[in-house]
Design a binder for this molecule. Structure first.
Ligand code: NAP
Ligand code: MG
Length: 475
């Protein structure tokens, strides 16, 4: 195997302020309370910046600003709104390198992913929804679909800027205004996005960013003058949110957890499947709601496939997220690392066999080696619970019917992957898998034109594509 020299991306391109306020009505304002939080680089535990914690009164200011801006923004012709959204998309492209470095610093994900996956998709989302802004009458929701009003949006830490794009772009295209709360551990790209809104001359109050922890999110969701709630995160918090808005007139979309099956049949191109398995569960350290965390492999090729997978995993590089050769970055937080450790230990205690490649772990920061569990039973916690880390549980099956039964034996239903050369088998499987997305001979492929969302405990509503407009229109 070749050894690679270090190839770190320079962080000089980013300008992180020591301290950030809240972005309300187009201005940076200090929070009314005393609260301050720190965000760290999970690869070094270095404090990157201090961030304001918005309390209820701050959230109220933001919602009022959004309400006022709604009058202007919703009355603007779609073609005018589109100009602003296109401008935002172009600024994101121009500042892509800076935003990618910032995302990798705050989140811990490899620069190769933030540069080649997150940022291109972020820009693509704004371009795509900018294109819809003046065509809403032709989207299949009636001749004159109306926006809902103020959207309260709460997003997680795994794809900070991309989740912002998924939420903000369709909301603005449809004529809504936004109050968004980023995750506590990854606020920096959302704060950079606030600057981009100013750079794009977006009217004040159309986008407001309130940082803080779970209680700030709860205040956004519960605010009586919010018309639409959009949430991505854990099923647990999703339940709290569903309860908090029950009986109100608020429209809700929830994108929650997953425990996806990645199913490999004996006739599949195995080398290609290995790449798909690696991308399915080790992309973004496995911090992916639709991650292929359960590998279901046909018994006749299980040994061959696992040998090839282990060989491939031995070539992955774990370390500095800013190094362009890094495959596996840092775990986003100490809390998430503790959760991954707890579930992996449970896997061993319940009798599954644990394997990781030889993998040096840096002294500082939060890290977890790529890990594979074999001999996993469906009843094991590692086969049922979302680990949200670089941990793969391997199960086997003999017949397509058994594969379907095992794949669907989960409270979740967000995604699935099928690997076979037979088109008829692929379609047979796809029509039986209870998952919002089924990937065919690939995994973790995203596109703004394609709707994304779950069944069962993975949530409801769709984001992306024409379907994604529906969540932001009174239809
Ligand atoms: P989370 O606790 O559900 O957090 C998601 C967002 O909701 C964050 O902005 C969070 O703020 C906020 N929040 C927390 N409590 C809230 C409340 N009561 N009301 C309103 N908002 C609230 O998820 P997490 O801490 O990021 O990760 C925990 C687990 O969620 C993961 O291990 C994984 O299983 C799942 N997850 C799923 C996805 C997905 O894409 N489906 C993404 C991330 C995580 P703070 O960040 O300040 O806590
Ligand atoms: Mg951070």
């Amino acid at each position: 195997m070749f050894e690679y020299a270090p190839a770190p991306e320079s962080r000089d391109i980013v300008d992180i302020k020591p301290s950030y306020g809240l972005f309300i009505n187009g201005e940076w304002v200090e929070p009314l309370g005393e609260g301050r939080d720190k965000t760290v680089n999970p690869a070094s535990e270095e404090v990157l910046a201090e961030v304001a914690v918005a309390g209820e009164a701050d959230v109220d200011r933001a919602v009022q600003a959004a309400r006022k801006a709604f009058t202007v923004w919703s009355a603007m012709p779609g073609s005018e709104r589109a100009k602003y959204i296109f401008r935002i998309a172009r600024i994101i492209q121009e500042r892509a390198r800076e935003l990618a470095v910032l995302e990798s610093l705050d989140n811990g994900k490899p620069i190769r992913e933030s540069r080649d996956v997150d940022l291109p998709l972020v820009a693509a989302h704004f371009f795509y929804y900018a294109g819809w802004a003046d065509k809403l009458s032709y989207a299949g929701f009636g001749p004159s679909p109306q926006p809902l009003g103020v959207a309260g949006q709460v997003i997680p830490w795994n794809f900070p800027l991309l989740m912002l794009a998924w939420k903000v772009a369709p909301a603005l295209a449809c004529g809504n205004t936004v109050v968004l709360k980023p995750a506590e551990t990854t606020p920096l790209t959302a704060l950079a996005f606030a600057e981009i809104c100013r750079q794009a001359d977006l009217p004040p109050g159309v986008v407001n960013i309130v940082t803080g922890a779970g209680s700030t999110g709860a205040a956004v969701v519960a605010h009586p003058d919010v018309d639409k709630v959009a949430f991505t995160g854990s099923t647990e918090v999703g339940r709290l949110i569903a309860r908090s808005v029950a009986g109100s007139r608020k429209k809700v979309t929830l994108e929650l957890g997953g425990k996806a099956a990645n199913i490999v049949f004996e006739d599949a191109a195995l080398d290609q499947a290995v790449e798909g398995i690696v991308n399915g569960i080790f992309f973004n350290q496995g911090h992916v709601c639709c991650a292929g965390s359960r590998l279901l492999v046909q018994e006749s090729v299980a040994e061959e496939l696992l040998d090839a997978l282990k060989r491939r995993l031995s070539t992955l590089r774990l370390g500095d997220p800013l190094d362009k050769n890094t495959d596996i970055g840092a775990i986003n937080s100490a809390a998430q690392l503790a959760k991954i450790r707890e579930l992996s230990d449970a896997g061993e205690a319940e009798g599954a066999e644990r394997w990781s490649p030889a993998c040096p772990i840096p002294d500082k920061g939060f890290w977890f080696p790529p890990t594979v569990f074999t001999g996993v039973a469906q009843s094991h916690r590692i086969a049922r619970e979302e680990i949200f880390g670089p941990v793969l549980s391997v199960l086997t099956f003999r017949t397509p019917a058994e594969a379907v039964e095992k794949a669907n034996n989960t409270p979740y239903g967000l995604s699935a992957g099928v690997w076979t050369e037979k088109g008829s088998l692929m379609l047979w499987m796809a029509s039986r898998l209870r998952a919002g997305v089924v990937w065919s001979n690939t995994f973790n492929k995203f596109d703004p034109t394609s709707p994304f969302g779950g069944y069962k405990e993975s949530g409801y509503g769709r984001e992306g594509g024409r379907h994604g407009l529906e969540a932001y229109l009174a239809v």
